[in-house]
Design a protein around this ligand. Structure first.
Ligand code: ATP
Ligand code: MEV
Ligand code: MG
Length: 329
């Protein structure tokens, strides 16, 4: 039996545009998905999943006698979860040079699902790490990141960046542009506050929506390029530890994401509540459509204001996670 965990992330800048070759800077936060993997005597994959936004379910597939999932939760969710776990197991088998092995997989996660905090990447990264160790192989976090990216790419219908998976595997703040993935040497100490509307967006669908806009309108394509410019300015502000400037750029980034159609009324209200409470800046994080915003505020004012904002279910402070994927005992 092997257990690994991997962190969630927020985007300081650059989600969506990163899918088209612009840079992005996500940052791992201290909320984790933990995956336990144990070999079975047969070839079935049996998944038990629990998290904050899910009551918990069990799916079983791949055996000779029972290849249909046996579940009581909505089909799209189950299919998505099966896609991620199936993909992760396939990657682990390939990495370990094995085939035809069945597993019991247990997922426990503190990361709300589909909320822009990278629950999919954390689950896939932790699952690949645990499954390869269960098979006697040991992969470097960069290799886990690369294999996890292949899974996200497949599940998101061929459109995904390496940002979420690299960030979750490596921890800290990272910079990703195409295949160029690096850890930022001096991870910034940022006063991150997160607001969550209790809702979810489907990353694959939201990415497809931006792609369609970009193909229809030249100005949408230019908006994506402008997000790249914001990220480049953001990197300089991060080097200078200039929280005010980082905040201004986050505000601008949110405006452009909103123009690309991936915000939501609740995300906009939370962003405005944070700004009015004195946050240095605020934006949606991740794919959007519902889920989380990220704001910067050293004081408690933003968190308190968010808690009283209609549409906000919960608000919390998030510490930077510097560890990335790790073995749990
Ligand atoms: N605890 C979990 N158990 C099983 N599957 C999970 C769990 N957490 C996430 N997943 C899978 O990940 C999917 C959500 O991934 P999606 O990419 O849409 O959102 P996200 O990763 O949370 O946010 P974003 O990609 O915007 O950062 C779920 O539908 C489910 O298939
Ligand atoms: C929207 C997106 O940029 C981030 C989702 O967390 C998609 C991706 O990078 O694969
Ligand atoms: Mg995701």
């Amino acid at each position: 039996m092997a257990t690994s965990s991997a962190p969630a992330k927020v985007y300081l800048f650059g989600e969506h545009a990163v899918v088209y070759g612009e840079p992005a800077v996500p940052c791992a936060i201290e909320r984790r998905a933990t995956v336990t993997v144990e070999q079975r005597a047969d070839t079935q994959i049996c998944v038990q999943a629990n998290d904050l936004t899910l009551d918990g379910f069990t799916v079983r597939w791949g055996g000779r006698t029972d290849s249909r999932p046996d579940v009581n939760v909505p089909t799209p969710l189950v299919e998505a979860a099966m896609g991620y776990i199936d993909g992760a197991i396939e990657q682990a088998l390939e990495a370990a040079g094995e085939s035809g092995v069945g597993f019991d997989v247990t997922v426990e996660s503190d990361i709300p699902l589909g909320a822009g905090l990278g629950s999919s990447a954390a689950v896939v990264v932790a699952c690949i790490d645990a499954a390869t160790r269960e098979l006697g192989a040991d992969l470097a976090p960069e290799t886990v990141a690369d294999r996890a990216y292949r899974v996200e790419h497949e599940v998101q219908d061929g459109e995904a960046s390496r940002a979420d998976t690299f960030c979750s595997a490596m921890g800290g703040a990272v910079r990703v542009q195409g295949e160029d993935c690096r850890r930022l040497p001096d991870a910034p100490e940022l006063p991150v506050v997160i607001g969550y509307d209790g809702d979810a967006g489907d990353t694959g669908e939201l990415v497809a929506g931006v792609r369609a806009l970009k193909e229809e309108y030249g100005f949408a394509a230019e908006t994506v390029e402008s997000i790249g410019d914001i990220v480049r300015s953001g990197e300089r502000a991060l080097e200078d530890d200039d929280v005010e400037e980082i905040g201004r750029l986050m505000d601008f980034n949110h405006g452009l994401l909103s123009a690309l159609g991936v915000s939501a009324r609740t995300l906009d209200s939370m962003v405005w509540a944070a700004r009015e409470a004195g946050a240095a800046g605020a934006k949606l994080t991740g794919a959007g459509g519902g889920g989380c915003i990220v704001a910067l505020d050293r004081s408690e004012r933003t968190r308190t204001a968010l808690e009283y904002t209609p549409g906000c279910e919960t608000a919390f402070r998030a510490e930077l996670d510097t560890k990335g994927v790790r073995r749990e005992t």
